[in-house]
Design a protein around this ligand. Structure first.
Ligand SMILES: *Cc1c(COP(=O)(O)O)cnc(C)c1O
Length: 240
């Protein structure tokens, strides 16, 4: 993998912020309402330091072991540190403890069993863990997340747990492979996530929408994303 310099990362961060600002202008939104989560997965600790130096204060990993290792280098808010660590990938129940102790926002809640494990571990750590319920809007069998029709039931069940706070929804849309896919396939999937949030009538304070990656972040912002998760555009192609 090519290791980008701190200056290159700062330059790329600037361009990603311009893309977000452009989409916000197009959609009549305030860019302050969109948090750029820099996905540092597979990249070394130097990349994390360069990202922080470039003003990126929200960092994300898809594997909890990597989040633990990198939050040892740059601590997150849960440890009184200067950044927020986002765990954006599927989590096994037996790793709930690390997630409950280290994640500042967990994006991939996808079962009640996992919610209960996280609730126990967050309680033991004396904290309330903010969570997003991951929804499989594309229906692809390879993607984690609950079905759209099951989303509100999981939000309600998790909201009854004392040490979790469900604050929104997350999704990964199908990849846009051909010209036209962004509008024909990705946009309706991302709109589905917003509609699920807006239709919710229960007790959880659902406000956040985590959606949008390097290839579809403009569409995501236009459809209401509050958190976009960007790796490749900031740090280059991943080989691993
Ligand atoms: C890797 C990853 C991203 C970033 O994808 P890019 O295409 O590199 O921007 C976003 N979300 C999740 C859940 C990921 O695992």
């Amino acid at each position: 993998m090519i290791q980008l310099s701190a200056a290159e990362i700062a330059d790329r961060a600037e361009r990603v912020r311009e893309r977000i600002a452009g989409a916000c202008a197009h959609a009549g939104r305030d860019p302050a309402g969109v948090t750029l989560v820099a996905i540092t997965k597979t990249h070394p600790p130097e990349t994390v330091r360069a990202a922080v130096a470039a003003g990126l204060a929200d960092l994300g990993e898809n594997r909890v072991q990597e989040l633990v290792a990198k939050s040892d280098v740059v601590p997150g808010a849960s440890a009184g540190g200067p950044v927020r660590w986002h765990l954006v990938g599927h989590l096994q129940r037996n790793k709930a403890r690390d997630a409950a102790e280290r994640a500042d926002l967990f994006h991939a809640l996808d079962s009640l069993a996992l919610a209960e494990a996280l609730d126990r571990r967050a309680g033991a750590a004396g904290r309330v863990l903010p969570c997003l319920v991951q929804v499989n809007v594309s229906g692809e069998g390879t993607k984690s997340g609950v079905a759209p029709a099951e989303t509100h039931a999981l939000v309600d069940a998790a909201a009854r747990l004392a040490n979790l706070q469900v604050t929104g929804l997350m999704t990964i849309a199908a990849p846009a492979e051909r010209a036209g896919d962004l509008d024909r396939i990705v946009r309706p999937q991302l709109a589905t996530l917003r509609e699920l949030r807006d239709a919710y009538r229960g007790a959880a304070p659902l406000t956040l929408l985590s959606m949008g990656i390097t290839g579809d972040l403009e569409v995501a912002v236009e459809e209401g994303a509050t958190h976009v998760r960007v790796g490749t555009a900031l740090f280059g192609e991943r080989t691993g």
